[in-house]
Design a protein around this ligand. Structure first.
Ligand code: ITT
Length: 192
């Protein structure tokens, strides 16, 4: 298996993963000429990761994997969690989501949070999951212009700057996604 499709419509995720998965020829959804929306209707990130990979595996018969990621904030009872993409409403963007988080945390001292990524891999109908988590804090205001999504307000433990102030390579040294992708790479390297 040399070709593997990364089932994502998110170009930033694709850029991060392309730098980590060098042993295989990574196909994008564009390469498959697929641009439909795959509804994420499950109530867990594992469930949504499965829906995305299963859709493409069934439609094209290719080996593929998806990534579903959530930001879980302790003092918001784990929100936005599985709702991370649509936290501020169905047509919202990352700016809206960030504004809502900062508003909900206004005046709250406990700003602990973690990012969690679940990768769902499907090869020949067999399903495998790989997880990655990184703990940190939600900053009081946005900082940085790199990264995407909630990166401008997430400060990983052990650092004093947000993921948006990290280079892509530095984020890839410690992020939730990198931890999960490294497990995927180990699995794929032992596969053939
Ligand atoms: P695909 O489902 O097509 O892969 P998506 O952007 O919808 O792309 P998710 O459902 O996994 O991906 O993302 C949930 C939300 O979390 C979304 O708002 C992302 O911008 C955000 N997010 C995901 N990974 C992130 C990361 O590494 N840093 C910051 N925010 C992230």
């Amino acid at each position: 298996m040399n070709n593997i499709c990364f089932v994502t419509g998110n170009k930033n995720k694709l850029r991060e993963v392309q730098k980590l998965l060098l042993s295989h020829n990574l196909l994008s959804l564009e390469d498959l000429d697929f641009s439909d929306d795959i509804p994420e209707t499950e109530d867990t990130i594992e469930g949504n990761a499965f829906l995305k990979a299963d859709h493409i595996h069934k439609k094209f018969g290719v080996s593929c994997f998806s990534d579903d990621t959530g930001l879980f904030i302790e003092s918001l009872d784990g929100q936005p969690g599985v709702m991370s993409a649509r936290f501020a409403g169905s047509n919202c963007n990352s700016e809206d989501n960030i504004s809502l988080v900062l508003e909900m945390l206004s005046g709250i001292e406990n700003r602990k949070a973690f990012f969690r990524t679940v990768i769902c891999l499907i090869v020949n109908g067999k399903v495998n999951y790989f997880h990655g988590e990184v703990k940190g804090q939600i900053s009081k205001e946005k900082a940085g212009d790199k990264g995407f999504g909630y990166d401008p307000i997430f400060i990983p433990d052990g650092f004093d700057k947000t993921f948006s102030e990290f280079t892509l390579d530095k984020k890839n040294e410690l992020s939730h996604r990198a931890l999960a992708v490294n497990k995927l790479v180990n699995f794929l390297n032992g596969y053939e």
